[in-house]
Ligand binder design. Structure first.
Ligand code: PLP
Length: 427
């Protein structure tokens, strides 16, 4: 099983059998309030009627169309709709089936772009410590979570460096929203530029808000500083918005929320409300045009997936974007954010807690680790919450929370109360 303690799971499986709106139903029949939107992906809540219908109708109309040298209209329509949500001129969209594939696609596009621009010596990628960019070789290489790399060291991509992460409890513990301290951490890029040479770096990739490592909110001014340095040295800036895309922070993308525009955005998860797997990369028009214009006749980018732009995913994506719009869910996320912040910071004084962080409709509660057993306390909190009917997520010693954007204030209270109770019960 993916990212699962298989042996322990076999001994005590945790199975979900159905879902509707804000709730799952577990195999033993008990209802579970979804405090995590599945895996940060079911932004509009579960089994929404219009999405279910769109998928069913599409399966009966055009179940599959080859995407190599062929196409189908829904893929172009969805690309247009995605482009309408992205900032500035990030208007060219390449479809994948997952966030991992979106990341590896973006990295390959960066290399193809620099070749097209006749700067093939730009080979370096810069990621960030504690970053998560999926599980492809590219994403694992630019990722910075040690446990995710350890089993594969020795065969990850060469020419990759990492910026320091932005987490610092001494300066920023219990920050509300963006922490005040840490913009200068972006200056580590300057050091890398100095050591590799100014024309050696192809792209910098960061999650604007690091999610999987336990919700690290960018310090004020940090993303701006990265953008400035990339601009000064012609480096492409990629925001991995697999979690932050589609309203999670209040705007369509974190780029708009933080007012910093990258050159590419990777996305997945919320693009189809997770009903059918899909990912995408949105790139600036000039990146697309440079690659296409520089190519001789024929295929311009030797890359793609059998299921790129799969008709069911496109139908789900279009129905999802319609639903977000009809119900104003991105605005709802922004409106709920202050309530969410107040609610989650009620845990500031709870037992075991050493930090509480929030931004948009995301939060994390960091626990003091048990001696010699990192992550064990948070895992016990997860089990306790689940037993008491609330799904939370564990990320190391953090409890991460990211409910669907349809969550009510009562349900926010229920999620926070479940965590509070769990922290009282666990050792
Ligand atoms: N990038 C980020 C920022 C993610 O959070 C994730 C998954 O959580 C991925 C990439 C990988 O996406 P997937 O699991 O769909 O491959």
């Amino acid at each position: 099983m993916p990212f699962t303690a298989n042996r322990a799971f076999k001994r005590a499986p945790r199975l979900l059998v159905s879902a509707k709106d804000m709730h799952y139903v577990a195999a033993d029949g008990h209802r579970v309030l979804d405090g995590t939107a599945g895996l940060w992906c079911v932004n509009a809540g579960h089994a929404r009627e219009s999405i279910v219908r769109a998928i069913a109708e599409q399966a009966a109309t055009l179940d599959y169309a080859p995407g190599f040298q062929m196409g189908h209209p829904l893929a172009f329509e969805l690309a247009r709709r995605v482009a309408a949500l992205t900032p500035d001129d990030l208007n060219r969209v390449f479809f994948t089936n997952s966030g991992s594939e979106a990341v590896d696609t973006a990295l390959k596009i960066a290399l193809a772009y620099w070749r097209a621009r006749r700067e093939p010596e730009r080979l370096w990628f810069v990621g960030r410590q504690r970053g998560y960019h999926g599980v492809g070789f590219g994403g694992t290489s630019v990722g910075g979570i040690p446990a995710n790399r350890r089993q594969f060291e020795g065969q990850l991509l060469p020419n990759v460096d990492h910026l320091p992460d932005t987490h610092d409890l001494a300066h920023n513990a219990f920050s509300r929203g963006q922490p005040a301290w840490g913009a200068h951490l972006a200056d580590a890029l300057q050091t890398l530029i100095a050591s590799h040479g100014s024309r050696a770096i192809a792209a910098v990739i960061v999650e604007p808000m690091a999610g999987s490592t336990g919700v690290l909110v960018p310090p004020k001014g940090y993303l701006e500083r990265l953008r400035d340095l990339c601009d000064q040295h012609g480096i492409l800036l990629i925001f991995d918005e697999v979690i932050t895309g589609f309203g999670r922070l209040g705007a369509p993308f974190a780029a708009q929320q933080f007012g910093v525009t990258p050159d590419m955005i990777t996305m997945a998860k919320g693009i189809t409300n997770a009903a059918v797997p899909m990912g995408a990369v949105a790139v600036r028009t000039r990146i697309h045009d440079a690659i296409v214009d520089a190519a001789p006749d024929g295929i311009e980018l030797f890359h793609g997936y059998t299921y790129s732009g799969h008709p069911l995913a496109c139908a789900a994506g279009l129905a999802t974007l319609d639903l977000y719009e009809r119900e104003g869910l991105f605005a709802r996320s922004a409106e709920l954010a202050p309530y969410w912040a107040d609610a989650i910071h009620r845990l500031d004084d709870a037992r075991h807690v050493i930090d509480v962080r929030n931004v948009g409709l995301v939060g994390a509660v960091e626990l003091r680790p048990r001696d010699g057993k990192p992550g064990a306390r948070a895992f016990d909190a997860f089990l306790d919450c689940l037993e008491h009917g609330v799904l939370v997520r564990v990320a190391g010693d953090n409890i991460a929370l990211s409910p669907p954007l349809i969550v009510t204030t009562e349900q926010i209270d229920e999620i926070v109360e479940a965590v509070a109770q769990a922290l009282r019960r666990i050792s």
